[in-house]
Design a protein around this ligand. Sequence first.
Ligand code: URP
Ligand code: ZN
Ligand code: ZN
Ligand code: ZN
Length: 467
Amino acid sequence: MSVRTVVRGGLVVTASDEIHADVLIEDGRVAALAATGTPAADAFTAERTVDASGKYVIPGGVDGHTHMEMPFGGTYAADTFETGTRAAAWGGTTTIVDFAIQSVGHSLRSGLDAWHAKAEGNCAIDYAFHMIVSDVNQKTLKEMDLLVEEGVTSFKQFMAYPGVFYSDDGQILRAMQRAAGNGGLIMMHAENGIAIDVLVEQALARGETDPRYHGEVRKALLEAEATHRAIKLAQVAGAPLYVVHVSATEAVAELTRARDEGLNVFGETCPQYLFLSTDNLAEPDFEGAKYVCSTPLRPKEHQAALWRGLRTNDLQVVSTDHCPFCFTGQKELGRGDFSKIPNGMPGVENRMDLLHQAVVDGHISRRRWIEIACATPARMFGLYPKKGTIAPGADADIVVYDPHAEQVISAETHHMNVDYSAYEGKRITGRVETVLSRGVPVVTEREYTGRKGHGVYTPRATCQYLN
Ligand code: URP
Ligand code: ZN
Ligand code: ZN
Ligand code: ZN
């Protein structure tokens, strides 16, 4: 139960404002804000007071891209909804949007039901779903309308992974046309998977089996080509487009050009592309497998374009694409053949901290941190202003963040169910101290006080970010 609470004395930071204010919480929602020290704030009375002096008071993070328990390459992502949402809470994220999966030959409905069954009663924080569409046909297209009506308002398609999740251009166009009619948002995994598979086969035939070749065959140009094609198909369909996990300079350029034309084209990047590189993929003794994800990590030179895109709003969102596989027993499936390494990296716990470090390092402003990690993902996926901001009426998903605390990221201390950290040893200035989810303390001064089943399914409106 949520008790009447006041968060006192912090610097409230949202995407639009920074004010020293006290926040009153009633019935799980923000009831009022008032400038600290004023009679209005002093009149706030509550059963619980959270002291936030010297700290930031920020909206809980919204991670618009996670894969709990995702089946991939003969195994499953190692975080369940229980462990993954607990780790998210530890890291200051209070909402995830996970990807339900349609298997080929099955309905969207059966895929969505399966994901509801995995998540229900298990989550520490609130959750919602996108739908991965792997089998576009007349029945699927009709089902898309029904899903939009019930709050699953975005659909991921893959130009990569032929034979698994892959859609061809005709299937993509049909789904985009449907989305143009029903208000859905198409999310695209933009890599030319047909061409990549040729390069994979040729690399393996040359004996190039190490993890670093994953990065070499999944070329930046093939991300850019697919991004360009997705943009044109969306333009033909008259549908908005959201490109997931953008990693290449050339792909950012495609998004920038489309946005300069005024199109509703959006881009997401992830911390791994901002902070890691092909140097990690090249780590010896198969350690590079820890960094195998798709799109792949790029040479360091690409990072500048991603940071610039985040500053110019050619990239709007940073999500994690959290899809953890343990090194032992899972990543190891690809020893001797990089194409058999399960694709994906852990990160749901680290996103808010890494992006705060980006504030400290001067890449982005404090308000932009909140915009790309909380407010815009909430708007993009129809959760605003319930999620993503601190304002009267919003869910009291609030993080007290200590901007001066020092920490070192490590698998020894993280809460994700995975045996390594992609950021092992990285120093971060800033740390989550207390996390409220709908007014209920999930983390209290660095102690876990949450519980499985507190988090509820949250249906979504359609995209609130269109031009
Ligand atoms: O490597 C990744 N990104 N794994 C998760 C699935 C996807 O394509 O997002
Ligand atoms: Zn201050
Ligand atoms: Zn993807
Ligand atoms: Zn993903």
